[in-house]
Design a protein around this ligand. Structure first.
Ligand code: ARG
Length: 459
């Protein structure tokens, strides 16, 4: 491999297997846009600082722009014999423009170059993920509005607990998504510092202008320590951890959708466009898309874990281990984007089945708390009311009926404070409408939540 850019100090060529093993071009070639854009800014900075001539700068820029255009048009193939995308672009440029091309790598190193490319790539990816998450959050909010009055049992321990509305339940996920978007934004703010000009590790003897170059590339800050700038990948870890938390949320909603779509629950029906059949059981309608999102969550966690683990023992500054960052980062980003893209229309086309929800809400004594609260209103201490209600529930279980089925005489056997007003108190609709504490399940409160999320999304 006499044509390696670093071949000067070597007598023997790199072993073929080792060369393949060492190379990253198969996966880092997707950063060609960032690489070329970064190099154009670098050439501008070098000429502004008098390190290269204006003529060389113009030749470099024209050469890079031509490569960019050809790659964009698909008329140039990326030569996978090159070690990485940075080497490839420099090689083609130099073949085309000669010495000027050889001057491009003055006052930089691949270490700061790759850190820059990755930050630029992740900056775009983060914005795209945020956009998709925002769209999903809007969809959830719209669905919530559609079902603001639809009563369903709310659960704890997967046991029926208290009546809520389906809109309220969906808004819980909208809140989570909103925080996920916030976490991505936070990570984007810290990512917004340019590492270019840190060079290999120690900075450079050339009188460069890192801030000028950063500004050209749309960064508001520069990495203030050159070792740090080339050594850390925390910006990618932060984004991947934000992605992981978001995937955890999507996975929980997926799990609920899978449960709700079962015959056991029957609370929702997914559109045929987001479900699949079985190759043998003709009756089946499976929630594969939701299941896959749940499954892919593990994959995104794995990407985060693999980079965390790759980084944990590395002495400063750059180590080749860090080349392992890219596949993890790209996979996490691709996966999250795909999941969000398919999730929003799946939610949009999902239909609730209010009768099934109402049927489930009827059983399970989810108005028991309300009965106890009613007794409290009659002057009974809550603990006593709680105990009496428990006895009433046990009585109903024996009789295989619900509280609403008992006559007033039966109720009064348990407490003579009870009167006809209790029936209105334990009516499920009334139970929901009365829960008007801020954030509560009453439709008016869910309306306020919807409005709040929409206002946040509009910011
Ligand atoms: N392909 C390398 C990576 O992705 C680029 C940086 C290489 N730097 C070096 N000194 N070997 O990390």
């Amino acid at each position: 491999m006499a044509d390696k850019m670093w071949a000067g100090r070597f007598k023997a060529a790199l072993d073929k297997e080792a060369d393949d093993f060492n190379s990253s071009i198969h996966f880092d070639s997707r950063m060609w846009r960032e690489d070329i854009t970064g190099s154009i800014a670098h050439a501008k900075m070098l000429s502004k600082c008098g390190i290269i001539s204006d003529a060389d700068r113009d030749a470099i820029i024209a050469g890079l722009e031509a490569i960019y255009a050809e790659l964009e048009a698909g008329t140039m193939a990326i030569d996978t014999d090159c070690e990485d995308i940075h080497m490839f672009v420099e090689k083609v440029l130099t073949e085309r423009i000669g010495d000027a091309g050889k001057r491009l790598h003055t006052a930089r190193s691949r270490n700061d170059q790759v850190a820059l490319d990755l930050r630029m790539y992740m900056r775009t990816a983060a914005a795209e993920v945020r956009e998709l998450a925002t769209a999903l959050c809007r969809t959830l909010t719209d669905k919530a509005e559609e079902y603001r009055d639809t009563i369903m049992p709310g659960y704890t321990h997967l046991q029926r607990a208290q009546p809520i509305t389906f809109g309220h339940h969906l808004m819980a996920y909208a809140m989570m998504l909103l925080r996920d978007i916030g976490r991505i934004k936070d990570a984007e703010a810290r990512l917004d510092a340019s590492p270019i000009g840190c060079c290999a590790l120690a900075g450079t003897t050339y009188a460069t202008d890192r801030r000028f170059e950063a500004e050209l590339l749309g960064f508001s800050e520069i990495c203030m320590n050159s070792l740090d700038g080339v050594s850390d990948r925390d910006f990618a870890l932060e984004l991947m951890s934000a992605f992981s938390v978001m995937m955890m949320h999507l996975s929980r909603l997926s799990e609920e959708i899978i449960l709700w779509s079962s015959w056991e629950f029957g609370f929702v029906e997914l559109s045929d466009s987001f479900t699949t059949g079985s190759s043998i059981m003709p009756q089946k309608k499976n929630s594969d898309i939701a299941e896959l999102v749940r499954g892919k969550t593990g994959r995104v966690y794995g990407d985060l874990m693999s980079l965390l683990t790759a980084m944990k023992g590395l002495p400063l500054a750059y180590n080749k281990d860090m080349q392992e960052d890219k596949e993890a980062i790209f996979d996490a980003t691709d996966t999250v984007k795909k999941c969000l893209s398919v999730f929003a229309p799946m939610i949009e086309t999902m239909k609730a089945k209010p009768e099934a929800m109402a049927r489930a809400a009827k059983r399970g004594f989810i108005n028991a708390t309300d009965l106890a609260d009613y007794m409290v209103g009659k002057g009974i201490p809550f603990r006593t009311a709680y105990k009496i209600t428990g006895e009433l529930v046990a009585y109903c279980i024996d009789k295989d009926c619900v509280l609403e089925d008992l006559t007033i005489d039966e109720f009064r056997k348990f407490s003579d404070t009870l009167d006809e007003g209790l029936y209105e108190a334990i009516d499920l609709r009334a139970c929901v409408d009365r829960r008007q504490s801020e954030g509560g399940t009453a439709p008016v409160c869910v309306d306020a939540q919807i409005e709040w999320v929409r206002a946040k999304l509009a910011q």
